[in-house]
Design a protein around this ligand. Sequence first.
Ligand SMILES: [Zn+2]
Length: 507
Amino acid sequence: MKPNLRYLVTAALFFCISLPVSGQTPPQTLPEPGKTAVIVIDMWNFHWCMTAAQRVAAMVPRMNAVFNEARKKGMLIIWNPSDVVTAYAGTPQYETAAAMHVLHPVKMGEWKRPQINVRFSAKVGPCLCGPGINCGGNWGWDAMNPDLKVDENDLFSASTGEIFSILKNKGIENVIYAGVHTNMCVFGKPGALSHLYPHGFNCYLARDLNDAFTNYDPARNYTPDDGTAEINKNLQDAGIGVINLGELLGVNDETTGMVRFAPWGKTDRPYFFDKAAAISLTKPFCGSGEIRYTTDGSEPKSDSALYEKPLKLEATTQIKAAVFADGKVSGKSDAYFVKLPPVPCKPDVYLDTMDYKVNEYLQGKNRTPCMWHPVKNQSYGDSGTDGKPLRIRGKNYEHGLGFRAPSGIFYDLTPEYKRFVGLAGIDEKLVGRNNGRAVAMHSSVIFSIYIDGQLAGESPVMRMSQEPWRFDIPIPPDSKRLSISCRNAGTVSTYDNGNLVDAGFVK
Ligand SMILES: [Zn+2]
């Protein structure tokens, strides 16, 4: 079949399936595998929105299983992680793709089709976490999700020209898109849907392996899964073949699905809420079973609580969930939601007007091989006191200490000190540096307050742009010593700069 005729036929087919067919699934066929590539966009290890990052992670098991089958059938997998593609420079998959474009360049031809005429109807919220405290800032990814299985015959490319040359050299006519976010990067990044579609490729979207960036609105029971379905429908209406790739490849393993949470924080990056939070659980591509969950930290079982409607949380809670059906169980999901304490008052005596003390051993010169002493009223700079204003979640603070973890200091207590108060978080100067946002995912600390050796208060894991943690700790009479530590949380990073601001003692 000559290309133009084939395109006409395909376009006609697309037109047919784009007609409103309420209640019907459009006809689905698998494009010829040997002439098909799957282009996978932006499956990053981290994202400025924690719910977005966890939803990517939730797609990984199914993606691995489906691509494994796709490769066996002869499909080419091209990973296009855009911003972080250079993390793969030096791998054969990256170098082969780049060399092919140089050795066998194919000039992009005349545009054979018009651009996709699509209107994305789903509302895009500040982030996918919903109406509570939003994730702040456009930062934090440096590679793809580490659990993705990349094959030696896959390719890495984030360039429209490179991908065009690869596809033409390999005789590929069909392109199936997967990844995130469907209404943004899967559509618009170089090499993405809107760039290859006009060049005559038959473009499809794997509806079981994509996620859109929309919103979560518990008041009208609208989850990010509804948003993704709406965006998929928009693309289908615009003539893109929206297919269940796993189903077409015979991958019907429900154990590769996972319960999804909205919003979705984890213990290493908790979701903070002020008074209450409404948590929705969904189970796309997990089969027809029921969601069962626990809130006591135990693993969910087939007789755990049945999920029926959004869960209203009013206290710090860990939820674990899975889908159970006919002896089968989906992948296990967990989530962690932290209730913020009330905002403390300002101290009568600010820490930055006092001198802190350190462990006797650390007082000598050059005796701080792995512990850094905090600086006053500025963030901890590369060389200590060359920092910037103390800044947490977009706000500068005049008073406080800038830490680099690990760090430990203490104060002698006097009877007049009744309470210790303060706000703790990660300093934000990093995101202002050249490419600093690409490494901002590594900043994580935990602040602990001890009084006479007893733990009196501790923050959860603090991350860049989190709402500051709130300390308001009563000091028992006759207490002698209050110590403050800022320690690395999980990773040890030179970017572990914690700030303790508006902190001190209430008389
Ligand atoms: Zn978010």
